[in-house]
Design a protein around this ligand. Sequence first.
Ligand code: EPU
Length: 309
Amino acid sequence: MSPMIDEKDAVIESIATRMGVPAERGRRFADITSLRVGGAIDWVLSPKNEEQAAALGHDLEQQAIAWRPLGSGSNVLADDGAHHYVIVSLKGLKANPLFDGNRVSVSAGYSLPRLCVDAARHDLSGIEGLNGIPGTVGGALWMNAGAYGQEIGTVVDTVRVARGGRVIEIPGTEVQWNYRHTSFREGEMLLGATLSLHPDDPQKISERMEKAKSQRMATQPHGARSAGCFFKNAPASSVGTGKMIDDLGMKGTRRGGAVVSPKHANFIVTEGEDAKAEDALALAEEIRERVKREHGIDLEYEVELWSSK
Ligand code: EPU
């Protein structure tokens, strides 16, 4: 190992120790993403609260150490190479949400499905369609997660982000909330948000929650190793991407340990110990080529592709 790398490791270790942030080496993306594939990561640092996370990002930046934030890794496909940057895992930012009237303040690492259940218990409506999306609140904010006619961006009052080592609150109206995409800059550390919900009949809320969940269970693979829908629905097409891939007869197509889900064709699932990110990428590219050839449509990735290069 070169002295440069040793020196960098020593700096990272000392920052983590000084701040009391749990630090791990030897993890792989295969351990920390829902697709269960992807290569080695130099360090995973796991701050315990919003303030600590903000300070940590700043300290790493001051030392010119590259880092990326990650929630539950349920929308990320990282390649099989060695990733020489620090993962700041925000999963530990999971304090109990604070309800105040129609508003709820929640940290980035809190589970989105849990938040949906908590909101329902407070007779608050606005996110019941998101019930069952297997991710963190931070991840949902980052990509403006949506399902069954709802998107998280529409209920965001304020977002807390890390700036200059501090927790800064910005109005939700300053963020562009687009279809599965937001205007947050690359690498922005999202720490939490205050959502503004509205009261509704508890019976109706729970019916809508159950409906979203049962529709999801009936039409999407669950318990499988996936990253949700792999591609966005194409604005140029009236047919959803899942249906388009299904109509091409690609359900069940396999490349190595990656398979087009037989349940929903816009899901790629991985199987077996030997599955590689490369398999999922090859399969995804094959899908893109077929769709381009047959329909003239360039599918856009919905999952994030993280490169080690
Ligand atoms: N369909 C097929 N075959 C398939 C998949 C779907 O024929 O393999 C048909 C369905 O039967 C239905 C239509 O296509 O008639 C639409 O399917 P679905 O309701 O599953 O909606 P979708 O457009 O495929 C979108 C989102 C999902 C979200 C659901 C429900 C995208 C890319 N996908 O899927 O989001 O859960 O609507 O709101 O926007 C995600 O973001 O990761 C995701 C899965």
